[in-house]
Structures are given as C-alpha cells and as structure tokens.
Design a protein around this ligand. Structure first.
Ligand code: NZQ
Ligand code: ZN
Length: 383
C-alpha cells in the first residue's frame, strides 16, 4: 500500500427528517450565507425545511448558482458575503452548489475580489470560512470531500480545486429530497459515482484488499440499485444510491492506492467546450480510455471482471475486454452516451488538448503517461 493520511471530519446526518437538525450544526453566533442553485429547493420544499430549522438565525441568501458553477457568479456572491459580514456558508443543492459553497468560503476568506490565481496556485494556503452541505442530488461526493470543480467563463476553463480545510463541517443527506429529481439527473448521479469508483480502482494493483473489496461492493450496489432507482424511486433505492455515491468519493477507497482521473479531466474539458452534463462526458470517454490502456490495467480489469461482473474467464486479457463491454452496457442502460457521436457533438481534439494544457493536466493516468497524443487517440477511438 502507498503511504496515506486520511482525515474526514465531515459529520454525516443521514435519513428522512435530518434537515430539521441543521440548526444544531451551524455555530450559534454565525451569520449564514445560504447558497442555492436554479430554484429546485424552492419548489420541492427543501428551502422551507431549511428556513424553518434555522428559525430566527441571521440568514443571507444567494441563489442562481449554475450547473458547473461559474467563478464570475461566485465573485458576486463573495461581494455580498463580505458586505453582510457572513461567517458561515451553507450550500443546499447538488454537487454544483456544494462545490460552489466550498469555493466561495475560500474566496470570501481571501479578502480579494479576484482570488482565482491565488486559489489555483495553492488552494490549501487559504483557510476558508466554515461551510456545511445539505445534499439534494447524490453523485459527486462533494458533500464530504475537499474538492470544488469550478468553471470560469473569462478563462474558458473548468478545473478542480482541492483543499482539505474546505471539507464541509457537516453533510445532511435526506434521501427523500431525491424524489423531485428528474430521470436524467438520477442517471447522471449513479453513473458519476460509478466512474469515481473505477478511477480509484482500475489502476496498478497494490496490496489494498480493503480498498478493493469496498470498491467492488460500491460498484455492485450501483449496478443493482442505479437501474432500480430509475424504475422505482423506492425509499431503499434512494438510500442506497445516496450513501454509495457519498462513499465513492469521500477519500476512503482512494487512500493508499494509485488513482487515474484522466477520464474526469478529459470530461471537464468537454463540458467546458460543449456544456454537456458532467456524467455524460465521462461515459462517452471511459470505455475507449479503458480499451486504450487495457494492457496496463489488465490485472485490475480482470479482477473487476471476476469480482464485480462474475465473468468466468481464465485469460486476463479476455476477462478485461468483457468487463469493459459490461461497463459500457451498464452506462447505456443508464441512458448515457458511450460514444461522442451519441451526444450529438463534433469534438475537436485540439480544443480538448488546449484545455488540458491550460489546466496543467498534460500527464494523466496512474502512471502519468497519458499525454496529448494519447488523448487524441482515445478521442478518435471514442468518436
Ligand atoms: O440548480 P438547481 O435548481 O438546484 O437544480 C439542479 C440542477 O439543475 C437539479 N437538482 C438538484 N437537486 C435536485 C434538483 N432538481 C430537483 N430536485 C432535486 N432534489 O439538478 C441539476 C444538476 O445539479 P448539479 O448540482 O449540477 O449536479 P451534480 O450533483 O451532478 O453536480 C455536478 C457538478 O459537480 C462537479 C461536476 O464537474 C459538476 O460541475 N463534480 C464535483 C466533484 C467533487 N466536488 O468532488 C467530483 C465530480 O467528479 C464532479 O466533477
Ligand atoms: Zn465525477
């Protein structure tokens, strides 16, 4: 196993009715900035639950955080936050809002009107305001991880910022909030979480049976309960997908193992260029990327084939190929594109390479050996 340090201080409150307890979690003297997105929380009752729970506490609001949140919008929120003397940021929504809340907490703390360069250079150098998360869409794991993925219109970029100090103090996960989600968001969420596990699992094998065993359980849960969630929206399905998506990217399965975030970095570039939903950019690239790297990843792909898909095949290479086919079938079953053309876009490989260059993401993969020409070939295979 590789050496690792792991500290996840986010307090989880999971289950129906837990939003009512948010008042116990926010410091009593806090001036709260409630951050939300395009308004779903106002129509599905979540906003009312939050405001009732915060009763007489001072709350400022900032709504309108976009999907794939924009830095320029958060600059406006930061100005308001500073003017109003906000001391706590509460994000209520999906990954976009929660990412935005964590990043905003750092932006306000810098005291700068344009802190992009400072935060891009060293996000860990800023001690953000404390923040908390109320999750309404399981997908990203943002509610208890250190990452914010932020887009900038001015820079034409979408990049991740990671700061351990930005992890939410608490994450409230009430699976009943998922009942107002559309089918597409449910599909996206289950598939995004699935790829998060794969990018921490399908790399170079090390001595990590705990991480691999847990990853396999999460994958099996998502394969079983993702489709059930779409079909039934049962209480069990909402609970299982919400919890699995959280565990998929809270740091645990990635501790001590090599990781490969190449599909994600290429996917972020595609969203920056074409505005496609995050999860769908991943499914259109990942199967081709796995085929391209099949030889290097064959040991873990073969393990994945046998332990997750129960493929009875002695030859590792063949087992790996079959596992990629099953992965593709699962993504297609979740109505996600597994080829770029299925998303109805013409992707210019050079534009993706330019984005990766601009974002300093030029050596991808667990061996840092996926370079520009490899990305070009992967995009050609995924066409
Ligand atoms: O804006 P509102 O009105 O809230 O509507 C949202 C949005 O339109 C809606 N929604 C959320 N909860 C709802 C709901 N509608 C009805 N009922 C509910 N309960 O769903 C739409 C999508 O929301 P969004 O937050 O954008 O989705 P998601 O959670 O998939 O987040 C995607 C963002 O997270 C980033 C992605 O790149 C993307 O920007 N990621 C963050 C990661 C992290 N922090 O670790 C890792 C991920 O790999 C990912 O990159
Ligand atoms: Zn993702």
């Amino acid at each position: 196993m590789m050496t690792f340090q792991l500290c996840n201080p986010t307090e989880i409150r999971f289950g129906k009715g837990q939003i009512a307890t948010v008042g116990d979690l926010v410091p009593t003297d806090a001036r709260i900035l409630l951050l939300y997105g395009g308004g779903s929380i106002k129509t599905n009752g979540v906003y009312d639950q939050v405001m009732t729970a915060l009763a007489d506490r001072p709350v400022e609001e900032f709504g309108g955080v976009e999907v794939n949140p924009y830095y320029e919008t958060l600059q406006q929120a930061a100005r308001i936050g500073r003017e109003k003397g906000v001391s706590f940021v509460l994000g209520v929504g999906g990954g976009s809002v929660i990412d935005a809340a964590k990043f905003l907490a750092a932006m306000i703390a810098t005291g700068l009107d344009d802190p992009w360069d400072r935060l891009a250079a060293d996000p860990g150098s800023v001690v953000p305001l404390p923040n908390g998360a109320i999750l309404t869409l399981p997908a990203t794991g943002s509610e208890s991880n250190p990452v914010s993925v932020i887009s900038s219109t001015v820079r034409s970029l979408k990049i991740p910022f990671a700061s351990q100090a930005a992890r939410p103090r608490f994450a409230i996960m009430d699976p009943t909030t998922m009942l107002s989600l559309g089918r597409r968001q449910l599909e996206n969420g289950a598939v995004d979480a699935f790829t998060h596990v794969l990018e921490q699992y399908l790399t170079l094998p090390v001595n990590a049976p705990v991480q691999y065993g847990f990853s396999e359980t999460l994958l099996k849960v998502l394969i079983e309960w993702g489709p059930k969630l779409i079909e039934t929206r049962s209480e069990e399905a909402c609970e299982n997908v919400m919890w699995a998506a959280n565990q998929a990217l809270n740091g645990l399965i990635g501790a001590g193992v090599p990781q490969d975030w190449s599909t994600h970095m290429i996917g972020h570039a595609i969203t920056a260029l074409h505005g496609i939903d995050h999860a769908r950019t991943l499914t259109m690239i990942m199967p081709s990327l796995l085929r391209y790297k099949l030889k290097d990843k064959s040991a873990m792909l073969a393990r994945y084939a046998r332990n997750v898909w129960e493929i009875d095949e002695r030859d590792d290479g063949r087992a790996a190929e079959l596992a990629i086919e099953r992965t593709e079938d699962f993504m297609a079953r979740m109505s996600c594109p597994v080829r770029i053309s299925q998303a109805g876009i013409e992707l210019d490989p050079q534009a993706v390479l330019d984005h990766l260059q601009h974002a300093n993401q030029t050596s991808l993969g667990e061996r840092a050996d996926i370079k520009g020409d490899d990305v070009r070939r992967i995009i050609a295979m995924a066409a």
